[in-house]
Design a protein around this ligand. Structure first.
Ligand code: NAD
Length: 475
């Protein structure tokens, strides 16, 4: 049974009532699997008012109480992971194991925030005069408006909610209309875990209209957005004009550098499945593969061997390793990158164009010898495309890797400590992984630099964007 889709406002699951409904499609078949109610203006006002009312008491709640709710959310997420994961596969398309894994992985996010919420400390500053006490307090910023995307619909939403709720804020979240089941499931988790009404509200609608309305509201004090750079800039500009704090987790275009001294086969074995995870619809997905000219042939041959093992199909089929693209509009968007590369004389080593038949299927595609100014090497493809190019020197590859306005994730493979240190110092990225791929763990900060955004989610930094600093001096 697919999720019973609804809004969640002031502790109530709402739908029907003459609200506009949007079809939710299964990207593997094109079939309608659900109807998503859009919030009316009155719904948005109610969500804002209930978040404001709830903030007045939640801001004073004990960290132990917040921690208890988040812990319970983690437990319930583990219990319900199979069902929630199945629904993610149905509306987002990723293979079932990846979808269930996403939910289980996020149980840890809830637990991490439960632990960190108990350690939101201020400090005491030694005074200049006897009898003066100087305190630095960290207080919740207020009502947050958050916008989470469809590619990791559970992960991206729960990180924002856990950070808001754990810090004593309340939140109105607009989830991804294309893949909404995970966010409704999250609302049920928090509801069942005992979060007081109004602390979390979930709304749906036309993204630009809802975000404009919520950001303009004087009730909202903080914005969190995960999505494309273009939309992030619009929302940040609006928030800036109203002097509201933002966390922006935007697109990436990750370089993966394979040095001559790398364990080349191991690098290819790791990078190929990682590239095509969630059909490449991952902001930290490696996309530009810079391979040393003396390692290039070996790396590419091994990478292609691994690509052949990636079975494309419905995410519900047990043998599937890569599902469809999440929605139809992504198919021509991804094909456009290949057409551009083709026109510029690149070689198509695997895949190349959409797979016929129902569903938004696009095969793992590997392109070689692309010019550095081709679309694939400069714009975020957000799809199953890997571009392979050669490099000669360290200085040259670092310059090329840093040449784009993006700065989210970067990867490097080398057995030289000197290269490893120099490349991690030199890469302009919020996250750098060397010789392995572990990113986005609950205990590690996740976020970008340059146009990939600002602010971190996860790690000890996770509450920073949700707290304001108050200095108190007392004689
Ligand atoms: P899109 O730019 O139309 O939408 C991206 C996300 O932003 C969606 O979740 C959408 O609902 C939301 N959105 C769009 N306009 C909005 C607005 N004005 N206010 C609030 N939310 C808004 O693109 P798309 O075709 O859905 O996705 C492809 C692009 O999105 C990719 O190029 C990628 O950069 C980006 N994206 C990034 C992430 C990430 O993790 N950083 C996740 C999903 C999508």
């Amino acid at each position: 049974m697919y999720e019973d889709l609804s809004l969640y406002i002031d502790g109530h699951f709402l739908k029907g009532g003459g609200r506009v409904e949007q079809d939710v499609l299964n990207p593997a078949t094109g079939e309608v699997i659900g109807k998503l109610p859009h919030a009316t203006r009155e719904d948005l006002d109610l969500a804002l008012a209930s978040a404001q009312r709830a903030f007045e008491s939640w801001r004073r709640s004990s960290p132990l109480e917040r921690s208890k709710v988040l812990r319970r959310v983690g437990e319930l997420a583990r219990e319900r992971a199979k069902q929630i994961g199945q629904n993610i596969t149905l509306d987002e398309g990723k293979p079932l194991a990846e979808a269930v894994g996403e939910v289980l992985f996020c149980a840890e996010h809830a637990e991490w925030h439960a632990e960190e919420a108990r350690r939101i400390y201020g400090r005491v500053i030694p005074p200049r005069s006897d009898g003066v006490r100087q305190l630095v307090l960290r207080e919740p910023i207020g009502v947050c408006a958050a916008f989470s995307p469809w590619n990791f619909p559970f992960n991206q939403a729960i990180r924002k909610i856990a950070a808001a709720v754990g810090s004593g804020c309340t939140i109105v979240l607009k989830g991804p209309e294309d893949a909404p089941s995970a966010v409704v499931a999250i609302a049920r988790l928090f509801h069942d875990a005992g979060l007081p009404p109004g602390c979390l509200n979930v709304v749906w609608g036309i993204p630009a209209e809802v975000s404009q309305y919520l950001i303009h509201s004087p009730i909202v004090r903080k914005i969190s957005f995960t999505g494309s750079v273009a939309v992030g800039k619009q929302l940040a500009a609006l928030a800036g004009s109203l002097m509201k704090r933002c966390t922006m987790e935007l697109g990436g275009h990750a370089p993966a550098i394979v040095f001559e001294d790398a364990d080349v086969e191991r690098a290819a074995d790791m990078l190929a499945p990682y590239k095509f995870r969630n059909a490449g619809q991952v902001c930290i997905s490696p996309t530009r593969f810079y391979v040393h000219e003396r390692a290039y042939d070996r790396f590419v041959a091994r990478f292609l061997d691994k690509v052949k093992e990636i079975k494309v199909g419905s995410g519900l089929a047990p043998e599937t390793k890569m599902g469809p693209l999440a929605h139809q509009r992504r198919v021509p968007a991804v094909a456009g990158f290949v057409e551009d590369a083709d026109r510029r004389g690149a070689k198509v080593l695997a895949g190349g164009g959409p797979i016929d038949g129902p569903g938004n299927f696009f095969p793992p595609t590997v392109l070689a010898d692309l010019p550095d100014d081709s679309r694939l090497m400069t714009e975020e493809p957000f799809g199953p495309l890997a571009g392979m190019v050669r490099f000669r020197t360290f200085e040259e590859v670092l310059k090329r890797a840093n040449s784009l306005p993006f700065g989210l994730a970067a990867y490097a493979f080398t057995t030289s400590a000197r290269n490893a240190t120099a490349v991690s110092n030199g890469l302009e990225a919020g996250m750098v992984a060397i010789n392995h791929l572990a990113m986005a763990l609950a205990e590690t900060p996740f976020g970008g630099v340059k146009e990939s955004g600002y602010g971190s989610e996860g790690g000890a930094e996770t509450f920073d964007g949700y707290l304001v600093t108050k200095f108190v001096t007392q004689l």
